[in-house]
Design a protein around this ligand. Sequence first.
Ligand code: NDP
Length: 257
Amino acid sequence: MTTTENGSGTPEFAGKRALVTGGSRGIGAAIVRQLLDAGAEVLTTARSATSAAPEGARFVQADVRTRSGAEAIAAAAREAFGGVDLLVHNAGGARPHRGALDIPDEEWQDTLELNLLASVRLDALLAPGMRERRSGVIVHISSAAVPVASGPFLHYTAAKAALENYSRGLAAELAPFGVRVNTVTPGRVATPGGEATREQWARLDSTPDQVSATTPPLGRDGEPDDIANAVLFLASGRASWLTGSNLVVDGGEFPRG
Ligand code: NDP
């Protein structure tokens, strides 16, 4: 079903130009599909040359972990659209290790590049255009594992914690220019990346009770569309007075407050 604004029949994101990193599968693909359904033009990215990106989306093959990758993505966005109205930083993930002290230096580097610096660099390239146009929305994707800060994932949760902090600071800086910046924090979601990570973790014989393996209170694991729903809400005019927020979407698994 197409989302419409004010019952006018006009798709809610008609005329909007969106860039979503990591849209070839999982949560990113759901965000891309929902944006396309709601009338947006969408450019998405992945490292693999792929036809797996949802039909109707433009695609650029690039690695968000590198400065040259960020520059290639920003250039593709400018070429496709001129600028972007919505930037969703979704590409992310981590490989678990036995414990915090077993995480090699290069793995810390890699995880910080993917889960923190990729967003910082792409924002630095594309948010100035939003600031000039005095409009735009940025959404960062964090993880409900941040407050758990479990050893096998400490490089990942530390990077995502820094991302949350960075997102709040950027929100304050861009608010006077009408640019909104928010975070969406997923709990356990059934995706190819999420499942692969949990299998690797189980094989490591780590301490399973450090990160809950039980069903969330709402009775099921998340679906990619649960997270996409939150992203589209924050990106929409319905969230026009929301910036610097962190919307936790985890079925009630990790209560905060
Ligand atoms: P998936 O691994 O299923 O999908 C990741 C997407 O990002 C793919 O399109 C992948 O394509 C792309 N990607 C990965 N690395 C890079 C890179 N270096 N450069 C460009 N693209 C890249 O991930 P999920 O959908 O599970 O996760 C999406 C986000 O949600 C992540 O930020 C993750 O940390 C977060 N999250 C997920 C949870 C879950 O349970 N699934 C829980 C909490 C947070 P390719 O491999 O071809 O590059």
